[in-house]
Write a protein of this length. Structure first.
Length: 404
């Protein structure tokens, strides 16, 4: 029967090509649609979480619920070597994060001030690759780098001076006057509007937090399983004094947004599958209609209807599998192309995306499981619609079919 089905496929190459093409384009459309949706969220997570905030952060107990400098962490109380002994931990990155009023003498704005050491930081805060003007600062400098959006707000250029006033540790006054040595374009759109970066030591001094930090980012090795690392480190630290939080705990709103978007995507892809089902059913109906006379003759010369139905189903399964595999193979280069050459959004769509603090680019994911999952689903749909051919054959009237 397999041999007979194979011969039937090549007996009418045009019909077989149409069936294969229908399945192939269904797979391509479904995979591209899902790849863009998942790819956008993968890129967003990588840009915002992995490159800026880190997958794991260490704080004084209660800091994340009440983010004040009074809940900052005493660095001397942390056993850094215990973290470094873990094979998937590269190091701990200290930060001072607080707010301050910033003025140029003509305008004032509330800003996020972050004290960092760029040489130790995650890729999103390694300033050399993001500088638009000027240069970065050294660990012992008394200068700042401002984000592009903030520089536009104040109409700043390199060499201008910013005045800071805020509240430091234990209600101490936090003030200072610092020259701008660089202007950087941050990957995170929200940070790009309000961030001021200064050397970690100078931020400690200005906020009266010498020997303290608000956050220790746990820098992980490339490809590390942060969930497993989280569980292993939690078992080793004193959870009554310090808290180790994963990015899901730090930013639950991102998880909720992803889940809501994925749910909407599932509804859309379900509608797509309904459309695909009717497309594939149409190809089966066309095939059965064209072969009515052939089926009638085969049954008349003694071929059992059940055997004819099995041959037809096998034929459809081969065509469906061939179309699915071809679609999975053809769509792979498309996934890789848009992974590394994302679509840049413009106009109102760009502004709308930036309002949600996302990079205005559409990436795809290159996960092969998407291809396999959607290829398999469409293959199953193709198998189900083949039952129409079985029903038509089992209810076939040979005399009417031969006269058709």
């Amino acid at each position: 029967m397999l041999k007979l089905a194979w011969r039937n496929i090549w007996r009418n190459k045009g019909r077989s090509a149409i069936s294969i093409a229908a399945v192939m384009f269904c797979v391509i459309f479904a995979v591209v649609l899902r790849s863009f949706q998942i790819g956008v969220w993968e890129n967003m997570t990588h840009e915002i979480v992995a490159n800026n905030f880190g997958y794991l952060q260490l704080h004084q107990k209660g800091f994340w619920a009440d983010q004040t400098l009074d809940n900052s962490l005493e660095l001397a109380s942390i056993n850094e070597q215990m973290f470094l002994d873990h094979p998937e931990v590269k190091g701990l990155i200290p930060r001072i994060e607080s707010f301050s009023l910033v003025s140029t003498g003509e305008g004032t704005k509330g800003t996020l001030v972050m004290g960092i050491d760029p040489k130790k930081e995650l890729p999103g805060l390694q300033l050399d690759q993001f500088l638009m003007e000027g240069s970065t600062f050294a660990p012992d400098d008394k200068s700042v780098v401002v984000a592009e959006g903030l520089a536009k707000f104040f109409n700043l250029s390199v060499g201008d001076t910013l005045l800071f006033i805020g509240q430091g540790y234990h209600a101490a006054s936090a003030y200072g006057r610092y020259p701008v040595v660089g202007i950087a374009r941050m990957r995170n759109p929200e940070l790009n509007k309000q961030l001021v970066l200064m050397p970690f030591k100078e931020a400690q001094f200005m906020y009266n937090c010498v020997g303290r930090a608000t956050t220790l980012v746990v820098d992980l090795e490339e490809g590390a399983d942060y969930k497993r690392v989280d569980q292993e480190l939690l078992a080793a630290i004193d959870s009554s004094a310090i808290e180790l939080l994963s990015w899901e705990q730090l930013f639950p709103e991102i998880i909720q947004t992803i889940e809501a978007d994925m749910a909407g995507g599932q509804i859309f892809i379900s509608i797509l599958y309904v459309i695909i089902s009717f497309v594939l059913l149409g190809t089966v109906i066309m095939m059965v209609a064209e072969r009515q006379r052939e089926f009638g003759i085969l049954v008349s010369i003694g071929m059992r209807k059940s055997k004819l139905a099995v041959v037809t189903v096998v034929e459809n399964l081969i065509l469906t599998m061939g179309g699915a595999l071809l679609g999975m193979a053809i769509v792979k280069p498309v996934q890789f192309y848009f992974k590394y050459n994302p679509i840049d959004l413009s106009g109102q769509m760009r502004e709308a995306v930036e309002q949600f603090n996302f990079e205005p680019k559409l990436h795809t994911t290159t996960s092969f499981m998407i291809n396999v999952n959607h290829g398999l689903i469409i293959f199953l749909i193709g198998s189900l619609v083949s039952l129409y051919a079985v029903w038509k054959i089992m209810t076939l009237n040979p005399v009417k079919s031969m006269r058709s």
